[in-house]
Design a protein. Sequence first.
Length: 337
Amino acid sequence: MNKVTTLNQFIIEQQAGVPQATGGFSCLLHHVGIAAKKVNREVNKAGLVDILGRAGSENVQGEDQQKLDIYANETFLSELKASGECCGVASEENQDIIVFDDGLSRDAKYIFCMDPLDGSSNIDVNVSIGTIFSVYRRKSPLGEVANIDDFLQQGCDQVAAGYVIYGSSTMLVYTAGNGVNGFTLDPSIGEFCLSHPNIKTPENGFIYSINEGNYEKFPVGVKKYIKYCQETDKKTKRPYTSRYIGSLVADFHRNLLKGGIFIYPETNSHPTGKLRLLYECNPIAFIAEQAGGLATDGGNRILDMTPENIHQRIPFYTGSKNMVTKVGEFLKFFNNI
């Protein structure tokens, strides 16, 4: 019988390879796993209980909050505080940062950024949704309350990043800077088990993921790249396949495993882009690079960007290395004409 490695076992084994590790980071990830299992439980029974539909409120982005949005946000906040290893959180669902002001949390080393339920507009139609997160070491002194400067760090400073996808199976995919590993939830034992070790994304992909309904609003370079993807060329195995779910986690996860590119450019209605740098693009970019892919805003490396505020929006291009490089060439050429 093949040995099954659970998420907790994997974390402990990884910790053993870091002599200076104190166990704090491992404890934090353990509580992230607990929160993910709780959210998964509610997602799976959403059609049976009064947790579907709008909550009747808007988040800071001006987007309708779903009941599960609120549940996921509160669940992760509760588990992060319970870990004692997190001193503050930036969430899509909250206008300002949330700081944990008790004595234990003031001495915590880490801050946490998250989109607690990405793609929540798809909940009512049973389409895959997810949680996106990243972890940073705090910059403020231990013993003090976390502040905004702890959060406005470059993506290259992330300690870890990951996502949970709630779909036909539930997976937690994360990196701590030494490769990407995927864990599938085994409901029979209630544990995330290592199912996708050392994930590597293909350098060339044949899937492009973009909301083509916004075609007329796209920059010229993006329009030209879409036409390039649709042209027939046996040498480069085009035309490529168009696949777009409308959930960043779901679209990225497919492309990560199979090869492809996800594009969410600036548009006439969102001239600075729509996805958030801190808790969507940075963690996904970290995972992409650790798996051998790329992530840019069309020209600049995502992980080199310094956030101006916790809800900053940017254009986003990520996936297989050669595809991201190619779309960058189109953008540079056509948008500079």
